[in-house]
Ligand binder design. Structure first.
Ligand code: ZN
Length: 308
C-alpha cells in the first residue's frame, strides 16, 4: 500500500490507468487519495532523476520551439489582447496583478511572466532549473537563478513569491512551501495557482481531464488540503478564489475527443482549434463556469497567503 506523501496515511485509488495526454509519455499511472488528509497523489511517483529527464525531453525548451503554437503563445502574451483575455477568462498566473517590491517567479520558464510582472510595477527575478529556459529569460534582461529552491540563498528576501502551476509538480510540496517561507520578507506573500482536485470537470472528462497531467503532476490538492498545508508551513491565507479558464476546458475537450489517438498531444497545440473552442466555452458555458467557481468546483485554485 502506498502511503500519503504528506501525512503517511493510507491511500486508495480514485482513478486507474491515467495516461499522459499532453506529450504522449508512455505509461499508465494511478491517482490515489489519502483517507486521512484528503491529498491525492500520482502513483507510482517518478524519481527526481526520472523527472529531470522527462522535463528536459518534453517541457518548453526541451520540447518545442519556433512552432506555430509557441509563436502564437509568445505574441498573445505580450499583446493588449492578452490583458483583455485575463479579464474575460481569468488570471491563473497573476499576470494582471499590480504592485511594488521584489517578486520571485519560481519556475519562470523563458521569462514571459517576468516581463509582465515588471511592467506591472514589481522588480521581478526568476528561478529556473532548465538551463536553456533560464538563458532565454536572462536574454530578456532579468536576473534568473538556475538553482534548486532548496539551495537558493538570496542576498535580500522577496516580497512576493509566485508558484503559478508549480506546487503540484513538487515531489515534496511541504518542503517547497517551507523554502518559500525562508526566502520571503516578513509579511511577504506567496501566490499559488494549481488545479482543483474537486473540479466538476474531472467527472465530465474522466481520464481526459487535462489537469491529471501525469506523470508531471505529483499531487492533486483540494482547497482545504492546500490551506491546511499553508497553515502548517507558516502562512495565513489572505485571498482564495477559483477560476475555470476556457483554455483548460478547451484542452480537456480536445484530449477527450482524441483520446487514445497518436495525434492527441499535437491537437492540443492547434491555435485555431483552441481559440474556436475557447470562444464556444466562454460564450455558451459562462454561467455554468461561474457557478462552479462559486461553489468550490472550479478548475483552478488561486490562493494568496501571507508569511506569519
Ligand atoms: Zn495524507
Amino acid at each position: 500500500m502506498t502511503a500519503c506523501l504528506l501525512c503517511g496515511g493510507a491511500a486508495t485509488t480514485v482513478l486507474a490507468r491515467a495516461r499522459d495526454t499532453r506529450f504522449g509519455v508512455p505509461g499508465e499511472w494511478t491517482i490515489l487519495a489519502c483517507s486521512a488528509c484528503g491529498l491525492e497523489q500520482t502513483d507510482p511517483l517518478p524519481s527526481a532523476a526520472e523527472l529531470k529527464v522527462l522535463y528536459e525531453t518534453h517541457y518548453n525548451w526541451g520540447g518545442e520551439r519556433d512552432t506555430t503554437y509557441t509563436d502564437w503563445r509568445e505574441r498573445l502574451l505580450l499583446s493588449p489582447l492578452y490583458r483583455l483575455l485575463l479579464v474575460l477568462d481569468g488570471d491563473v498566473s497573476f499576470h494582471g496583478e499590480h504592485g511594488t517590491g521584489r517578486l520571485l517567479d519560481i519556475g519562470c520558464n523563458e521569462g514571459r511572466g517576468l516581463v509582465l510582472y515588471g511592467r506591472n510595477g514589481f522588480v521581478p527575478e526568476g528561478l529556473e532549473l532548465n538551463a536553456k529556459a533560464a538563458a532565454a529569460a536572462r536574454a530578456r534582461g532579468f536576473v534568473v537563478h538556475a538553482v534548486d529552491l532548496a539551495h537558493f540563498r538570496p542576498e535580500q528576501p522577496f516580497d512576493r513569491a509566485v508558484l503559478s502551476n508549480v506546487l503540484e509538480h513538487a515531489l515534496d510540496p511541504r518542503a517547497m512551501l517551507r523554502d518559500v517561507h525562508r526566502i520571503l520578507a516578513p509579511a511577504g506573500e506567496v501566490w499559488i495557482s494549481l488545479p482543483n482536485a474537486r473540479s466538476w470537470l474531472r467527472g465530465v472528462f474522466g481520464r481526459a481531464w487535462i489537469n491529471w497531467h501525469v506523470p508531471f503532476h505529483i499531487t492533486h490538492f483540494t482547497a482545504l488540503r492546500l490551506v491546511a498545508l499553508l497553515e502548517e508551513t507558516g502562512f495565513a491565507v489572505v485571498a482564495a478564489r477559483q477560476i475555470t479558464p476556457a483554455l483548460w476546458v478547451a484542452q480537456s475537450a480536445i484530449a477527450w475527443a482524441f483520446a487514445g489517438r497518436p495525434e492527441q498531444p499535437r491537437m492540443l497545440r492547434q491555435p485555431l482549434l483552441l481559440a474556436g473552442l475557447m470562444a464556444i466555452v466562454r460564450g455558451l458555458l459562462f454561467p455554468l463556469l461561474w457557478l462552479a467557481n462559486r461553489v468550490g468546483r472550479g478548475d483552478c485554485l488561486v490562493v494568496k497567503a501571507r508569511r506569519i
